[in-house]
Design a binder for this molecule. Structure first.
Ligand SMILES: [Zn+2]
Length: 134
């Protein structure tokens, strides 16, 4: 479901950067820095979702085609923290990636420190439509 619909918003009101497994990389950080520094976004929400295939595959260490497995190392800390539980790993991953965002970005970190930006982790239950802040 489009994120705009999850939050009852129309196109253009949410700056969406989608990436499998919520992994933070240079391109995603760059997009979010643009959103925060240029567009003035006040909240970044790193939102994992129920039954996430990327996290499930990383837990199972599934053999996958192409470069899909390149996501696995980014998910490893959450997989270990989740102890084999998919939902726990998804939630932990959103928290880890949200922390990485605020710790690694030289643009986002000062905005957070000055209280001009919030970076939060959340979990979206696809079945119920409920979003829970973590
Ligand atoms: Zn997913």
């Amino acid at each position: 479901m489009p994120v705009e619909l999850v939050f009852d918003q129309t196109i253009g009101h949410i700056f969406v950067s989608r990436v499998a497994g919520n992994v933070i990389n240079s391109e995603i950080i760059g997009s979010l820095e643009y959103g925060a520094a240029v567009l003035g976004i006040k909240v970044l929400l790193v939102m994992g979702h129920s039954n996430c295939g990327a996290v499930s595959a990383a837990i199972a260490k599934k053999s996958v085609p192409g470069q899909i497995a390149s996501l696995y190392p980014h998910l490893q800390a959450a997989v270990e923290a989740g102890g084999g539980d998919v939902t726990a790993s998804i939630k932990k991953n959103a928290q880890i990636q949200a922390s990485l965002l605020s710790e690694t970005s030289t643009v986002l970190r000062p905005l957070v420190r000055e209280g001009r930006l919030k970076i939060e982790a959340a979990y979206y239950d696809v079945g119920t439509g409920q979003v829970t802040l973590l």
